[in-house]
Design a protein around this ligand. Sequence first.
Ligand SMILES: [Fe+2]
Ligand SMILES: [Fe+2]
Length: 149
Amino acid sequence: MKNKETVSGATTGKPQRQAEYFEDHRALQVILARVESTRDLDLLIPLLEELHRLLQMHFAREEAADGLQGIVAETAPHQLGHLQELMDQHDGFLTMLISLKQDIRSCLDGPTAKVFSDVQTLCDRLQTHEESETKLLTKALYTDLGESG
Ligand SMILES: [Fe+2]
Ligand SMILES: [Fe+2]
């Protein structure tokens, strides 16, 4: 991530940092499950905003000078290449999230708004139609019936 932030806890010891990564990954699993299961675009935007905020914090923690690289360099230096590949994916996820939020807003303001507007038009016209029939029927039964007999 290009815009590195100073995250509180960055100066804490290695065991605590390891615990933070596991805790971050658990929190991300929870929000990802919520994102995956929603089909409501209005709900999806705040969920994606929460995911975006969590990821920015989490990626900054992983990429910090004393972040994952220090731990892996010490415990499994042969994995540093793989770790770098994973770190290189971070910006792509954030870009995708921004693009997705824009797509959802476009849908809500465009096709989705039109569908709801058309539904409202249908309901209004049906309401008027049924009211007219009710009036006509009432008049026919209680007024015109007497005249025709
Ligand atoms: Fe992670
Ligand atoms: Fe990561």
